[in-house]
Write a protein that binds this ligand. Structure first.
Ligand SMILES: [Ca+2]
Ligand SMILES: [Ca+2]
Ligand SMILES: [Ca+2]
Ligand SMILES: [Ca+2]
Length: 269
């Protein structure tokens, strides 16, 4: 079982009195700060089939939960507002969008979420991990589809408020795959930015080995991909589940088992 601690990014804030540490990886900024920028194209693109493109970045991406990186300024937002479970929600209760980028080592994801109440992960970070609040990132490196519940031919990373990337292992246990991604989150009022750098592992990933080698990303590579948000507003349950694709299998809740339901992501220059 992999229990490596997540690489937590410690920010050096260049502005005065702007940083209050809230949890492992959350930083709170005042609205006058320049951390959260909603620049670039204002349009949010919905894609019912859940097929997206990620453009290669020519500049470094700092995983600090801030969107000031050059790559984020000229990329369009994709919607993650298709209702998968629960009732339709008011945008003040939840609304979400994301941007994608890549280099040979990482898939970069910037997730922008409005959520009226951020619910901390329960107990040890594993109990009820799917009840939210969390961002779920579904990745099938070879787009094979098929069952991935207790194997690693695809992953359903439940990215928790505490900064863990959680999925099942081959022993059907709930474990942290924290070394699969770097993550930082910032908060401005009820608005959160979750910034991630995710490594791609293929079906040969061995949770008992220390020498797993991530797959290098190249242009025109296509993977299975979806992204969603489980919204918990303090009722100890996932009240709503909203995703990047119109449907996601049986009850729109099949993604954690079956990679057939994922959308896709094409890496382009
Ligand atoms: Ca950043
Ligand atoms: Ca909410
Ligand atoms: Ca696969
Ligand atoms: Ca919430």
């Amino acid at each position: 079982m992999k229990m490596n601690k997540l690489i937590l990014i410690s920010l050096t804030c260049c502005l005065t009195a702007c940083l209050n540490k809230k949890s492992n990886n959350e930083k709170t900024y005042e609205s006058s700060d320049v951390c959260q920028q909603d620049s670039g194209m204002s349009k949010v693109v919905s894609n019912a089939e859940g097929d997206f493109k990620a453009y290669k970045t020519s500049s470094a991406v700092e995983i600090d939960g801030c969107s000031k990186d050059a790559v984020w300024s000229n990329r369009e937002w994709y919607s993650m507002n298709y209702l998968w479970m629960g009732e339709q929600v008011d945008p003040a209760d939840y609304s979400g969008k994301f941007k994608l980028a890549w280099d040979s080592d990482y898939l970069y994801v910037l997730v922008s979420v409005t959520d009226d109440y951020l619910h901390a992960t329960l107990a040890d970070g594993r109990e009820n991990y799917w009840k939210g609040d969390y961002v779920e990132v579904f990745i099938d490196e070879d787009q094979s589809g098929g069952n991935h519940q207790y194997n690693h031919q695809a992953f359903a990373y439940h990215v928790s408020t505490e900064g863990h990337a959680i999925d099942k292992n081959t022993n059907e246990e709930t474990v942290f795959f924290d070394d699969h991604m770097q993550l930082a989150r910032t908060k401005e009022g009820n608005h959160y930015l979750w910034e991630m750098a995710i490594k791609l592992y293929d079906k040969e990933f061995n949770e008992d080995a220390q020498d797993n080698v991530p797959v290098k990303i190249v242009s025109q590579k296509r993977i299975g991909f979806s992204i969603a948000y489980g919204d918990n507003d303090g009722n100890s349950s996932r009240e709503n589940f909203m995703g990047s694709k119109m449907t996601h299998g049986i009850n729109n809740d099949e993604g954690y088992v079956n990679a057939d339901v994922f959308g896709s992501l094409l890496f382009v220059e």
